[in-house]
Design a binder for this molecule. Structure first.
Ligand SMILES: Cc1ncc(COP(=O)(O)O)c(C=O)c1O
Length: 494
């Protein structure tokens, strides 16, 4: 075993990892990266098919991000945001506000930026601000309560965990948490209201339903108002696609509809774009857009302006931990007052507005708005759509769901009935391990294999990733003949 592997085994405790299994094998130890590829201590090369847990955008070791970071490093790495301002943080805030503009959308503009360190803290900030804003605007009798989606994941700090609804991750901490409510999330492939039989196509395209998922939100909002005498303080959601829930995309129009329902009751909208932000959800009509007008955030696809926009992961292009919570003038103003009114937002972190992070994030935004990145994103989105189709030939593939530059491939025991694999069988884990042996790295969410390569990934590399996934399925499940009907595509009800 490599000496670094021995050190790791001896001292490091890895996140979301059963360490007993981890200690049984030599880990892959990454020493360098370039573009879409990672290299380990033995000189092996891997494709980074999940962008290093959804963080990387333009590829590793990017010359422009490297240069921005080293330029800043020559000046200063960090000074406190408590009592001091700094150049890249001020510039970045202005650029984020500009990037988040959504013309012709209803709802207030996002004009203020609160920095923190990662996705979880971006959500904590939104949560605390929404809570206090609600109490201040509705009066001291108000008991602000939050609504989030089934299967939601918003991070691992306790506030974020309270908003989460994945029993495997969240159940243990229940007694430490404040109560929140949950509402049905659209999950067309496994929706109890979808009357369509499984086909070899994305379930959103052939579903047969009456938008019961929207009715469920309407019902939940009404119920809260009637039972508790006041609407929810905020509705927290990931727009267009829920990530850690299993890459579960929303049918077109769902986001706009539920946002309108919430707004009509004065419920604040908290958009968690930790995973979906910075172009990850692609381009709705690529050919009609220009690089500078391409939406960078999922909410913009449906012309939704949230009251809080939570950003992290891709904010620095996958370089450094930095997060931002954007909010409105109205929220900001509710915290203004004379010092002795103690309306200050008493929250912050030692590394808030760190210069290395904010300088890198500024360059990341410039890159995203460049023509080169725009073209790379179109190419990757179209290439993914083309190549993913080959996976319908794999009998264990039940659903393939792509939103822009993200895809989830759900593995099932029997696609004709949607019968899932038991989690204990570790189908997703075994397939990803087989992919790693073939030089492609990603992590599953249960039985869903996530494909989310950096934007610089070339068409032949996308083909390699998809081909490797198919081969890994064959290794893990054996060569099984395709089952059931071949299935034809039908149009979804509008
Ligand atoms: C949607 C979403 N929100 C929040 C988080 C938490 O982010 P972090 O791991 O940076 O704390 C994640 C992480 O995967 C996420 O996917």
């Amino acid at each position: 075993m490599h000496p670094l592997a021995r050190l790791d085994h001896r001292y490091v405790w890895h996140p979301f990892t059963q360490m007993r299994d981890w200690l049984r094998q030599e880990p892959i130890i990454i020493v360098s990266g370039r573009g879409s590829r990672l290299y380990d201590v033995h000189g092996r090369e891997f494709l980074d098919a999940n962008s290093s847990i959804w963080t990387n955008l333009h590829g590793h070791n990017h010359p422009r991000l490297n240069a921005a970071l080293t330029r800043q490093l020559r000046k200063i790495a960090h000074s406190s945001a408590l009592g001091l301002a700094n150049e890249p943080a001020a510039r970045l805030a202005a650029e984020l506000v500009r990037a988040a503009r959504t013309p012709r959308a209803s709802g207030p503009a996002l004009t203020k930026v609160f920095y923190s360190d990662d996705g979880s803290t971006a959500l904590e900030v939104a949560l605390k601000l929404a809570y206090e804003f609600t109490r201040r605007t509705r009066g001291p009798g108000s008991r602000p309560r939050f609504l989030s989606l089934e299967g939601a994941y918003h991070g691992d700090t306790l506030g974020a965990v309270a908003l989460g609804h994945i029993p495997l991750f969240h159940r243990t901490w229940r007694k430490l948490l404040f109560p929140t409510d949950t509402v049905m999330a659209p999950y067309c492939y496994r929706c109890p209201f979808n009357r369509a039989r499984p086909e070899r196509a994305d379930a959103r395209t052939y579903r047969q339903c009456r938008w019961e998922c929207v009715d469920a939100v309407a019902g939940r909002l009404e119920q809260q108002k009637k039972r508790r005498g006041e609407p929810y303080a905020a509705f927290v959601l990931e727009p267009l696609i829920q990530g850690a829930a299993g890459m579960i995309p929303q049918p077109a129009g769902w986001l706009a509809r539920v946002s309108e329902l919430a707004r009509a009751q004065g419920v604040l909208l908290i958009a968690d774009e930790v995973m979906t932000g910075f172009g990850r959800t692609g381009l709705p009509e690529p050919r009609r857009l220009s690089a500078s007008h391409a939406p960078l955030f999922a909410c913009q696809h449906e012309k939704v302006r949230p009251d809080f926009l939570c950003l992290a992961k891709g904010l620095t292009g996958g370089y450094l931990p930095l997060a931002a919570t954007l909010t409105t003038r109205a929220v900001f103003d509710a915290f203004l007052g004379r010092y002795d009114e103690f309306k200050t937002f008493f929250h912050g972190h030692s590394y808030t507005a760190n210069q290395l992070g904010t300088a890198t994030a500024l360059e990341n935004l410039k890159l995203l708005q460049s023509r080169g990145s725009f073209r790379a994103r179109i190419r990757l989105q179209e290439c993914l759509a083309r190549e993913l189709a080959a996976l319908w030939a794999v009998p264990q593939v039940g659903d393939i769901r792509q939103v822009g530059l993200v895809a989830g491939v759900e593995l099932v025991r029997d696609w004709t009935t949607r019968e899932p694999f038991d989690l204990r069988e570790q189908a997703g884990i075994r397939v990803c391990q087989a992919m790693a042996r073939r030089g492609v790295l990603t992590r599953p969410i249960g039985n869903v294999v996530v494909l989310m390569p950096p934007y610089c990934t070339r068409p032949r590399e996308v083909r390699q990733i998809i081909h490797t996934l198919a081969e890994a399925c064959e290794e893990v499940f054996g060569k099984t003949p395709p089952r059931g009907r071949s299935g034809t595509r039908r149009r979804a009800r509008p």
